[in-house]
Design a protein around this ligand. Structure first.
Ligand code: NOJ
Length: 548
């Protein structure tokens, strides 16, 4: 059965703990999502990807799952979930769940049995004996520190690529693969229409040797059996219903592998998230550094991935934001001087590309980094770990806070800004994490009232994709590759070309198109083109159309 291509769909990502609180505990819940469905329907999105809300000790905000089939009471009940699925369906919105299959919480029943010495369940995880009295290898966890934790009663270590509370599953064990397929089927039976698979390309571990040139990832990213395991999962679960949308989160992946993961012929996944374009502000490939983003690198990455994925007809998730990334408007735009222009420009740059766009909650109203100014305001395990690591490296407090202020995932996790009122309309009680003070001006209420708002622009972009076969299926062709300020490309359709020009800077710049074209959309009120020359004002972005 052939999978749909999902090129006409737009996904909205909800971080449930920060979307809408209805029971007054300062923590978002499933009922809150139901309350806001009208807003999402009006925006025009097709799917809601919800970050995990399953039973979890919440050491990594729900990515540490203790029971894949139960709702964590903090988020509500199974009845609440049924009501949400139903209400979303009535609005033709599908729900997409987050499947965390690389690891479970150490509180999961399987791990508890493993700890009690049950061999069957020990083999669900990756336990290794000490080597010469030491850890099995020198790999470093994604959240800092070693990837091994010693269990004295067993005399063995277990592997955790992430937090110590997240034990890696052993995907070489067919029972584990079957358990995961069963979980997917359980949610399909409940009416779930899509799945996002967390760090899915880390699941097949290769050899466990020491890594003397890196942190170990080269031994497990896109590991030896990963394509075979994903094909198996596809056949045993979601692949049985071609209308199910899937996306794999790929950590430190390669284009070659993604061309396979998302190639419909391979029957693995519907599309992939890759993060290369979100590392262009890393110094020496290190996240916890401060560096202005490298525009030429960004541009080259977009062009390489867009053209590369289209070669194999593989679909790509298009995104600037998610719960793991600082806000794109603060990162790639100018949230002080040109917040509206740059937010619209960034949206246009992405929404006209080949793939399926994802909007992360609040992006559509121009939410920015939070502006936290003390370590006490941070909640995220990765950020608080790195605070200690940077301190131990001898960095001073101000520098560390500046780095966290630019890079922490908590920037994306502060509550959705619904109104200018108390707690931004998110909750009656003090939220679990600080609300951004700028909710006084940046909020949904104000955005809806303004026909020129970022929100109104997102609505137009979504509509345009749905109406245009060229945006959905046109060939992506890079333009003006050497231009140092403008991202430019065209999409070549059956009888037209759509040209996209985005000025990523706060200064005016000119580009020569050597052709005339009509304007389809712009983030400025008018458009300046003369004799094939376009003058782009600060952060100006235009979409042009030309019949061919
Ligand atoms: C990726 C998720 O998006 C992130 O939030 C989480 O911390 C890690 N995977 C570990 O599950």
């Amino acid at each position: 059965m052939k999978m749909e291509d999902f090129a006409n769909k737009v996904v909205y990502q909800i971080y449930p703990r920060s979307f809408q609180d209805t029971d007054g505990d300062g923590f978002g819940d499933l009922r809150g999502i139901v309350e806001r469905l009208d807003y999402l329907e009006d925006l025009g999105v097709d799917y809601l990807w919800l970050n995990p809300f399953f039973v979890s000790p919440q050491k990594d905000n729900g990515y540490d799952i203790a029971d894949y089939r139960q709702i964590d009471p903090r988020f509500g009940t199974m009845e609440d979930l049924d009501a949400l699925i139903q209400a979303a369906q009535e609005r033709h919105i599908g729900l997409m769940f987050d499947m965390v299959f690389n690891h479970t919480s150490v509180e999961h029943e399987w791990f508890q049995k493993a700890l009690a010495g049950d061999e069957k369940y020990k083999n669900y995880y990756i336990f290794k004996k000490p080597v010469d009295g030491h850890m099995p290898n020198n790999w470093v966890s994604k959240f800092g520190g070693p990837v091994w934790e010693y269990v004295p009663v067993l005399g063995e270590y277990y592997l955790h690529l992430y937090d110590v509370s997240q034990a890696d599953l052993n995907w070489d064990n067919p029972d584990v693969r079957q358990e995961c397929a069963d979980i997917v089927k359980f949610w399909m039976d409940k009416g779930v229409k899509g799945f996002r698979f967390d760090v899915v390309n880390n699941m097949s571990k290769g050899s466990f040797e020491d890594d003397f040139i890196g942190d170990g990832r080269r031994f497990y990213s896109d590991g030896p059996h990963i394509h075979e395991y994903l094909h198996g999962l596809n056949r045993a679960s979601f692949g049985q219903d071609p209308s199910i949308m899937t996306v794999g989160e790929m950590s430190s992946t390669s284009l070659e592998n993604c061309q396979k993961y998302a190639n419909p012929e391979q029957e693995e996944l519907g599309m992939v998230f890759n993060f290369h374009h979100l590392k262009v502000d890393y110094e020496n490939k290190q996240k916890w550094t401060l560096k202005p983003f490298d525009f030429m690198e960004l541009k080259e990455l977009f062009n390489t991935w867009q053209t590369g994925m289209q070669e194999t007809n593989s679909n790509q998730a298009l995104f600037w934001n998610c719960h793991d990334q600082p806000r794109s408007l603060s990162r790639f735009g100018d949230d002080k001087n040109y917040p509206v222009e740059s937010a619209k420009m960034l949206a246009m740059a992405l929404h006209m590309m080949r793939g399926t766009p994802y909007i992360y909650q609040g992006e559509e109203i121009g939410m920015t980094n939070n502006g936290f100014d003390s370590i006490e305001q941070y909640r995220d395990v990765e950020s608080t770990n790195y605070y200690e690591i940077l301190k131990a490296e001898g960095k001073d407090e101000d520098e560390i806070l500046a780095i966290l202020g630019a890079k922490s995932r908590d920037n994306a996790r502060s509550p959705m800004q619904w109104t200018a009122g108390k707690n931004a309309g998110f909750s009656d009680t003090e939220p679990w994490i600080r609300v951004n003070p700028n909710h006084a001006t940046i909020n949904v209420e104000a955005a809806i009232a303004d026909p020129d708002s970022i929100y109104s622009f997102y609505k137009k972009l979504i509509r345009l994709r749905k109406e245009s076969d060229t945006i959905q299926h046109g060939t992506y062709v890079p333009l003006l590759e050497e231009h140092e300020r403008v991202l430019a490309y065209k999409r070549v359709g059956k009888d037209e070309e759509i040209i996209v020009l985005c000025n990523f800077y706060g200064e005016e710049t000119t580009v020569s198109l050597h052709t005339e074209a009509d304007m389809l959309l712009s983030n400025y009120a008018d458009f300046q083109m003369r004799d094939g020359e376009v003058t782009l004002r600060p952060y100006e972005a235009v979409v042009l159309r030309k019949a061919v």
